[in-house]
Ligand binder design. Structure first.
Ligand code: NAD
Length: 359
């Protein structure tokens, strides 16, 4: 039975990944989820797995070397999947320090503790141990022209404190691969969307605001382009890279689904109109009148677009969920989880945590 140490598993992608892994491997794996439970971490995301015997939650900060070292000492960890990070660009513009702390220093702690636990006396690593660092396409900077793409060989050119901190963490992982032949991979993925996404990010923010008849803020001219991937497709890509990727390599993961922000908002509004029942009063609220242009984000990158050619050629991964289908699934999930949305937006989930884990 393989043992996984997942960091940041109470966040958006991490919690979807843990659920994906239990659906796929059921009792063949064990997962230890270490998360500090910042505002973005939510144990409600993991309600469906928390009673499993092969799942353990540890509340810890990845910057706390002793806490991380203890987990490696007490468990024979086979795989690390490192999601934990501060992840929101706007917050990084207002408060960069915590991004450097968690994303850079936290990654250094994870690398050092894994190296210490897995390294043999001759400097090689125990057979079968693997570390996967989850990163972003934002490290590559901004594309201006249509038709240009980010490849694994594209030079790094980060612009926000968030992307700079992720780029730094990627370079740390690369340095461990080059210096120690540390058994790691890096994945750089485009924007994710799906269930459990915190409503500070574009898609859940628009869904949540529209359903309440609140303004839908759009940065600048609304024409910034992002490539969007359904979160389960990302989870599958991470697992495939870890199992079938060549150690030491970086793989780009993307949806081949470029959309302007304003297009995303129109698609969400149309889909809400299609999905809301005829007699639902919210149909009246969900209109383009809610769209409000606001001052552009500082240093706003114009366009991101991933070429996921290498992962397709070497590993056989491809995006599976068409955007319209993914948006329908996401909206259906938000319809069924109104309580979740209320809780994450009111801070009530802290109470849930205390009831669950501190009594
Ligand atoms: P998220 O903000 O939803 O979740 C981050 C999780 O990390 C939270 O559970 C939080 O509590 C935890 N965390 C934060 N600081 C911690 C610390 N010091 N110690 C332990 N846990 C800590 O983020 P997400 O959107 O799920 O992103 C996960 C990873 O994927 C990040 O590394 C991010 O850079 C990367 N990524 C995200 C996207 C995206 O579109 N969301 C795209 C590509 C890559």
């Amino acid at each position: 039975m393989r043992t996984y140490l997942v960091t940041g598993g109470a966040g958006f992608i991490g919690s979807n990944y843990i659920q994906y892994m239990f659906r796929k491997y059921d009792n063949e794996i064990r997962i230890i989820n270490v998360d500090k439970l910042t505002y973005a971490g939510n144990l409600e995301n993991l309600k469906d797995v928390e009673s499993r015997d092969n799942y353990t939650f540890v509340k810890a900060d990845i910057c706390d070397k002793e806490a991380i070292r203890k987990i490696f000492k007490e468990n024979d960890i086979d795989r690390v999947v490192h999601f934990a990070a501060e992840s929101h660009v706007d917050r990084s513009i207002r408060n960069p320090e915590v991004f450097i702390q968690t994303n850079v220093l936290g990654t250094a702690v994870m690398l050092n503790c894994a190296k210490e636990a897995w390294e043999k006396e001759d400097g090689t690593f125990q057979e079968g141990k693997k570390f996967l660092h989850v990163s972003t396409d934002e490290v590559y900077g901004s594309l201006e022209e249509d038709g240009a793409y980010f490849y694994e060989t594209t030079p790094y050119d980060p612009h926000s404190p968030y992307s700079a901190s992720k780029a730094s963490s990627d370079f740390l992982v690369k340095s461990y691969i080059d210096t120690y032949h540390f058994p790691a991979n890096i994945t750089n993925c485009s924007n994710n969307y799906g269930p459990y996404q915190f409503p500070e990010k574009l898609i859940p923010l628009i869904i949540n605001n529209a359903l309440q008849g609140k303004k839908l803020p759009v940065y600048g001219d609304g024409k910034n382009v992002r490539d969007w991937l359904y979160v389960d497709d990302h989870a599958k890509g991470i697992d495939m890279v870890q199992e079938h990727g060549k150690l030491g390599e970086t793989y780009n993961i993307g949806g081949h689904n470029e959309k302007q922000n304003i297009e995303i908002i129109h698609i969400i509004l149309e889909t809400l109109q299609e999905m809301l029942p005829e007699n639902d009063p919210r149909r009246e609220l969900v209109t383009t009148d809610l769209i409000t242009y606001v001052e552009d984000r500082k240093g706003h990158d114009r366009r991101y677009a991933i070429a996921p050619d290498k992962i397709k050629a070497e590993i056989g991964w491809e995006p599976e969920t068409m955007f319209k289908e993914g948006i329908r699934k996401t909206i259906a999930w938000f319809f069924e989880h109104e309580e979740w949305m209320k809780n994450v937006t009111s801070g009530d989930y802290q109470k849930y945590y205390e009831e669950m884990y501190q009594n």
